[in-house]
Design a protein around this ligand. Structure first.
Ligand code: SAM
Length: 206
């Protein structure tokens, strides 16, 4: 299912005018497929409510919507990115419609959800280290479990942050994140970042 999903996600188009301050990098198709396959395996997304925080192009939310969930709620602060995400849905035809909201995902306008999926900003820009912290805090407030992508070397931080909020990191994987040259400060055609993928159980019934 993972390879077939990654192929399907090849239809997703990237950000039209990516904003470096918002770290607008589309999640690579293989990584998105890995994250959603893992979520489906452990938490059976069928019939569940899934939220994609910082949904961007919709790569993760649309991928989740192929697993027959009850609802997929995509929260993204940039309306231009939401337009890209909406346009991507019919390219993938996920079966379940994604519900888009333009809002700050660190204060998500959501009631409880079963599963959060997210590839938040890492804080790669100066002074923004651990920008993912506020996204994890949001997941801790609304989700039973979350699946998230972080910079390599984040395991101790994510474990301690989750532990302080009653959560437990149950799975951790190393993965690669290919970033095409899309900003003026990029000096290579394509860079491959080492990232980590975590499942956090927030200690709440889904
Ligand atoms: C690394 S990108 C990943 C996007 C998406 N998962 C994808 O694959 O296209 C991070 C996304 O978070 C969004 N973002 C950053 N800060 C945000 C905030 N406070 N609230 C909502 N979205 C935010 C950015 O605009 C961007 O789309």
């Amino acid at each position: 299912m993972k390879r077939a999903l990654a192929r399907r996600l090849g239809a997703v188009e990237g950000f039209r005018d990516p904003d470096p301050g918002l770290e607008q990098y589309a999640t690579p198709t293989e990584l998105a497929a890995q994250l959603i396959a893992l979520a489906d395996l452990h938490d059976d997304l069928a019939g569940r409510t899934v939220a994609d925080l910082g949904a961007g192009t919709g790569m993760l939310g649309i991928a989740a919507a192929t697993r027959n969930p009850h609802r997929v709620l995509a929260v993204e602060r940039d309306p231009d990115a939401v337009a890209v995400g909406r346009a991507n849905e019919p390219r993938v035809e996920p079966g379940v419609g994604v519900e888009w909201t333009v809002a700050d995902a660190t204060r998500p306008p959501l009631a409880a959800v079963d599963t959060v999926v997210m590839n938040p900003p890492f804080g790669a820009q100066d002074g923004a280290e651990h920008a993912d912290r506020a996204f994890l805090a949001a997941a801790s407030e609304v989700a039973a479990v979350s699946y998230s992508v972080h910079n390599a070397g984040s395991k101790a931080f994510v474990e301690s942050f989750a532990g302080d909020r009653g959560g437990t990191v149950t799975h951790a994987f190393a993965a690669e994140f290919a970033v095409p040259a899309q900003f003026s400060f990029h000096t290579q055609d394509r860079a491959v970042l080492d990232v980590e993928l975590f499942r956090v159980d927030w200690g709440r019934q889904s």
